[in-house]
Design a protein around this ligand. Sequence first.
Ligand code: HCA
Ligand code: CU
Length: 375
Amino acid sequence: MIVPNRFALVETTLREGEQFAQARFGSEQRLAIAELLDAFGVEFIEMTSPAASPQSARDLELIARRSLRARVLTHIRCHPDDARLAVECGAQGVNMLFATSEQLRRASHGRSLDEIIAEAEAVIAYLRSHDVQIRFSCEDSFRTPLPDLLRVYCAIDNLGVQRIGLADTVGIATPREVYEVVHIVRQAVRCDIEFHGHNDSGCATANAFCALEAGATHIDVSVLGIGERNGITPLGGLIARLAVLDANLVARYDLALIPELDHLIADFVGIPIPFNNCITSPTAFTHKAGLHTNAVLRDPQSYEALDPSLFGRRRTVAIAHKLVGWHAIAERARELGIALSENQARRATARIKALADERPLDGEEVDGLLYEYAE
Ligand code: HCA
Ligand code: CU
């Protein structure tokens, strides 16, 4: 299984991300986010429907007319009024959705599959006449019976859309299931395939990766994965997954902007970067246990899947703890310009371990000890 180089990121911090409970972006923030995403190099920026609020419509118009490299999309219901508004605001594409699972059809709109297809036909004809790119997504695809899904996608494909979308709306799909469904749909339609995966059961990044392996061409991501509930596939997480496989897959993006993107969004929505976040967690490139640090100091690849410098980050070796090894201590002494013999480094290490058993230590105290042992 190989991941093709020809895939595109549909960045939806400005749509799905706005559905994160703590998100409330102002116009200037939206513009700053769009510009930074554009500088990073995402191919598509998805924005909240202009039908959501007057400011949503104004900001869509502002950003769509900004001549970004990224194509600006808006996410709308499959409804003529929303489609008209999207065109009026200058959206370069629309990501439409219609719920197709029985659960959502019952709780949401009550339409039959035939009615869904008929309504889509009218909206698609209108959008095509205005030269707008079209993606049609079956909301809740993974709780929609496969025959229903194929029926809708084939009908929509025949209407001449650019993409169909598969959405794991409630975050229940397993990576294997995503692979299978995308693989089957890939054989049934000619158009491109987008995947959108929620993270309720912790599989959003794995599912997005499997979608790519199975032939999806577009993946939805948001910065830090923010979205409804606990969110979707994070931009940085998917980049990390792909970069580990083959850095060429993501070479077209400005990877050093990932820390800035994550910090910007964390700041705007008032959260810290999660401790276990890929790439930008404060400790993502910190090595601690003696066995690790000894090897990392000789060859970083021994315990690093990703080179921190790819993302403008640096590795650190933690030394103020009981798991420290003497190689790490000797290296720290060299950094400080202190001449420590192996014997002195070993004795300093023993002292640090004993002290760390008694109480927490900090770096400054350890540095002080190193000066003492050199004397
Ligand atoms: C929702 C909609 C959506 C849409 C995904 C898509 C989802 O908020 O329920 O258009 O592909 O997760 O289904 O975000
Ligand atoms: Cu979603």
